[in-house]
Design a protein around this ligand. Sequence first.
Ligand code: HEM
Length: 372
Amino acid sequence: MAIKRVPTPAGDEAWLVTGYDQVKALLADRRLGRGHADPDNAPRFSTSVILGKPHKATAEEENEKHAWMRRMLTPAFSAKNMEAMRPRIRQLLDNLLDTLVEQDQPADFHEAVSFPLPVLVICELLGVPPQDREEFRSWSEAMSTINDEQKSTRGFANLWAYMSELVARKKKNPADDVISRMIGQNPDAREQEIAQLSAGLLFAGHETTVSAIDRAVVLLSLHPGQWRALKNPGAVPAVVEEVLRHRSPLERRSGDSGLPRYAMADVEVEGTTIPAGDLVLLGIDQANLDDQHFPDPAAFVQRTPNPHLSFGHGFRFCVGAPLARVELAETLDALVTRFTAFGLAAEVSALSRRTEQLVGGVAQLPVRWTEA
Ligand code: HEM
């Protein structure tokens, strides 16, 4: 059965959908949304400000706001623009690897590379001045805490206040960055709206990418054949897709989690009716392990095609997918170019998990290396 009732981290109940075909269809179903007619009494996924609670909106209001968001963001994060960022991303990555190799072995890859890289890249794209980036990083971490509502709310409030000020400054003095371009192309948009959008990007693009980079290191350490295969021309993109699909032993999420949505009308799944107002968790991780679409799903191999749902599907498909793919590909290429041997310096079971974060992942990733 691809649908069942499960408890959420907030202690409420939700429908968890797990089959690939069902998850894919529901990702693209506009009867499921983020809004709710009665948000205060709606079942909650978590106590985080991000994806924790619905907002009050009808399906029409939500569609209108969503279409505006896509119009604002999609051009800025196009595959072409992200390709143009590739050399700069590599430069940022090489600088971070320089600081890693200055340390004694084993050193913490999470702290030195995976955590800072995506935030540096987003700051660069948005035009956040270098001296503010450390604060940015701490707000991002606070904001996606799932078990401390105050911390998460404070992180979001700080980030939003900072963003509002940054947008106001860029309105006066535009530069060559995404925020200035959004303002230029939409002179009627309110500063607050652009600030909110920019703050949301940090959440959407930070922890998700950090955990994918960490996962790449863990999976390649556990599968040395794939590490060696990375040296073959053209192998990197296929390994990136498999890293995105694979659910590593690191994941915080139990088998009972997924992307939260609310039914905005009664929706039928495999003969079960999900009543309007109920919380639905779209089990992307479980869908990516469906053996109807991924033979031997636990194997970490190069698959063609690899139709994973890690970036979602349909009208909400991840705006940052081209950027995340470039960041992951550059990381793998930099590692395999720079090191003849590279991998985890601890048992996976000994790594400490970030159970309090929405996206999960590890708190540290001790690695050893041999430079080429
Ligand atoms: C490996 C890294 C990433 C993963 C796994 C990921 C995953 C996802 C998923 C599953 C969705 C769909 C959410 C839904 O259907 O409700 C999504 C949406 C989104 N992502 Fe990503 N993402 C990643 C990186 C990024 C980056 C780097 C950015 C931008 C800088 C970004 C920006 C967004 C935005 C703005 C949306 C909302 C799209 C919409 O609602 O239409 N993501 N992402």
